[in-house]
Design a protein around this ligand. Structure first.
Ligand code: BEZ
Ligand code: FE
Length: 634
């Protein structure tokens, strides 16, 4: 399961039928005694009722809430708030009234009690969007979050049917995008799926089911909570663009765009779509949402909302202007297609035959007992299929691919691992290595094992010469192994291996007598280990097989930067496999297997003074001093 963080927003939710009657209790519960009632122009009656229920707690009234929360309106309301000496606001209405309440709260710190009459969801988010001189700005602050939300199903039933439909689809969009948000988490997923189920049931039952409005309101609350908890993607950004730059109405725009934005993301977010489809009781999420909107009588085209065909191009430009996280990459062509279909009111493209095939294959892994294996296989298949589709792979090309993989397998022997080499040269080994390393911060970075490690290397004493007298620049190695608290680790088993002066490992030199330039040593009581060797040189990875052919086809060189390998094992500690690279060596910035990390490039200091073990050395020798930090197994 991926890591996640989740912040719950501390709002009190009162949900039910007739809960409006509890508004005075809720104001009292906050310890407030003077409430300014906020409402939009068309909600006089409800605002009157609220004032009546509040009785002596009502300190005044402001009926001017307007769309997009203009700061001029906020200033007027602020004056009324001051005049009346109100210590809290009670907002009755949709997103505009809630927006005004938030704008007042963030300026003055007054408590908010919000009674939503639409399904906008903003009453449960700590986000405020305001407009000043036509420019919209958005800010997030815990002070913006309303303290109490009273959801009254009877009150929401006053929302005219067409508005109920578009407002509910607006809420549905929060839930759908939450499921594929980059910061998605299990709590939000659970709320989002419950929201999808209830919003769909409410929309389907609007004319027949007495509980439909309750379903919609519950879905709206949960979807709003998702909106406040995780980041939104393509759908919300597109709707903001269309609303902000072309003046299209908010909820109807959400209604038209949602099925198309979902279709755009479907292949890139298969699991989210599968879950939405399941919650809708349908096979395919985007088309099911479109059909749901049509059946509920919602709008389906941007044309009917007033967008001119000539504006489509500019809408695409605006939509790609600023990048943001989204499951599918944002391309001009892709977005142009999306917007054109949404403009014309087309049903989004349903699943292709290949989508069906992919789903069929994925389903065959559902019974895999090992959950990790199941997760990996069900993720791998759609990615492989998507690769074939995106590249329009031909039969002949895939046959070439299979031949390449076959040759890669056939090149493997006891002493040659061509598949590891393939993984290395594709950078995959290093990606896995970096992932692994990120789980043990404060330790020496790891590096790829490579194909030249041999199990059970010869045991050597402290101070041994692992080069067995092979020619090369003498190297004295003096390393220490510590834990992450810098305490020495004695008795650590340290395997070392390296190439000779010409860039060959012993296993590549059949004429050599026994293992050389490799050995197993142990740290002493101070965690220290000393041995003698020769300076490693850069070398080509084995390039006489299929991987070498691939490198040549790509015009890549096969060289590794000069390095020494270390594998460190100590009881109670995690194994560390790493390499130390010679500072100033060749190919440090173009290592053929992408194995170089800045922290692993170290000085192999040139010296001419007497050697540490007193052995006579003519001319220059090198000294490598280094401290490895290894992680505990806790
Ligand atoms: C090595 O450093 O031994 C190595 C690593 C990856 C591929 C080839 C060689
Ligand atoms: Fe190596």
């Amino acid at each position: 399961m991926p890591d996640f963080t989740y912040t719950a927003h501390p709002a009190r939710i009162v949900f039910g039928s007739g809960t409006l009657e509890r508004v005075a209790d809720e104001v009292g519960r906050l310890g407030r005694s003077r409430a300014l009632v906020l409402a939009g122009e068309h909600l006089h009656d409800v605002a009157d009722r609220v004032e009546k229920i509040l009785g002596p707690l009502a300190a005044g009234r402001f009926d001017g809430a307007a769309m997009h929360t203009p700061v001029e309106v906020t200033e007027q309301a602020l004056a009324v708030l001051r005049e009346t000496g109100a210590d809290c606001v009670v907002a009755v209405g949709g997103g505009s009234t809630t927006g005004l309440a938030k704008a007042l709260a963030v300026r003055t710190g007054v408590d908010q009690v919000v009674l939503p009459t639409t399904y906008a969801g903003s009453e449960v988010t700590p986000v405020l969007g305001e407009t000043a001189e036509g420019v919209k700005t958005t800010r997030t602050d815990p002070a913006i979050l309303p303290e109490t939300v009273i959801y009254d199903v009877e009150l929401s039933a006053g929302l005219p049917r067409p508005l109920a439909v578009t407002s509910a689809v607006n809420a549905l969009a929060h839930a759908v995008e939450a499921l594929y948000a980059p910061d998605a988490n299990p709590v939000v997923d659970g709320m989002a799926l419950d929201a999808v189920r209830h919003l769909a049931r409410g929309l389907r039952g609007l004319d027949t089911d007495p509980d439909a409005r309750a379903d919609l309101l519950r879905g709206a609350w949960l979807a709003g909570t998702c909106l406040g908890a995780v980041g939104m993607g393509l759908h919300h950004k597109l709707c903001h663009t269309l609303g902000g730059s072309f003046g299209l109405p908010h909820a109807p725009t959400h209604t038209v765009v949602l099925p198309h934005a979902m279709a755009y993301n479907a292949a890139a977010a298969p699991e989210a779509m599968r879950r939405v489809a399941e919650a809708l009781g349908a096979a395919d999420a985007p088309t099911a949402v479109f059909d749901l909107i049509v059946d509920a009588g919602g709008p389906t085209s941007l044309r009917e909302l007033g967008l001119a065909e000539a504006d489509l191009e500019r809408a695409v430009e605006l939509a790609v202007a600023k990048p943001y996280p989204n499951p599918a990459p944002l391309t001009r062509d892709g977005l142009a297609g999306l917007l054109r279909r949404a403009w014309a009111g087309e049903r989004p493209p349903g699943p292709t035959m290949i989508d069906g095939l992919t789903a069929q294959v994925v389903a065959t892994f559902a019974g895999t007992e090992d959950p990790r294996l199941r997760a990996l296989l069900t993720d791998l298949v759609p990615r492989l299929h998507a690769f074939a589709v995106a590249n329009d792979l031909t039969q002949a090309e895939w046959q070439q691919g299979i031949d390449f993989l076959t040759r890669t397998g056939q090149a493997c022997t006891d002493t040659r691992q061509e598949f590891v080499l393939l993984s290395d040269t594709l950078g995959l080994s290093s990606v896995v290595d970096v992932l692994d390393n990120s789980r043990t911060p404060d330790t020496t970075p790891s590096a790829v094992l490579g194909p030249f490690y041999v199990e059970g290397p010869p045991e050597l004493p402290q101070g041994a010469d692992v080069s067995a007298g092979l020619p090369g620049t003498p190297l004295y190695v003096d390393v220490t192994v510590t834990d992450t608290e810098d305490r020495p680790v004695p008795d650590a088993v340290v395997d070392v291996w390296q190439s000779n002066e010409d860039g060959f490992y012993d296993v590549q030199l059949p004429d050599l007598d026994g293992p050389v330039l490799r050995g197993r040593l142990r740290t002493d009581a101070e965690g220290r280990l000393r041995f003698r060797s020769i300076l490693p040189s850069e070398y080509p990875i084995p390039d006489d097989g299929p991987v070498g052919a691939m490198l040549r086809a790509a015009g890549r060189h096969p060289y590794r930067a000069p390095h020494l390998h270390f594998m460190i094992d100590a009881p109670g500690h995690r194994r560390l496999i790493t390499q130390l690279f010679v500072r100033g060596g060749k190919y440090l910035d173009s290592d053929a297997v992408f194995g170089v990390k800045e922290d692993l490039i170290v000085d192999f200091e040139p010296r001419t003074s007497p050697t540490p073990d007193g052995a006579a050395v003519e001319g220059e020798w090198r000294e490598l001093c280094y401290t490895f930090r290894i992680a505990g197994t806790a």
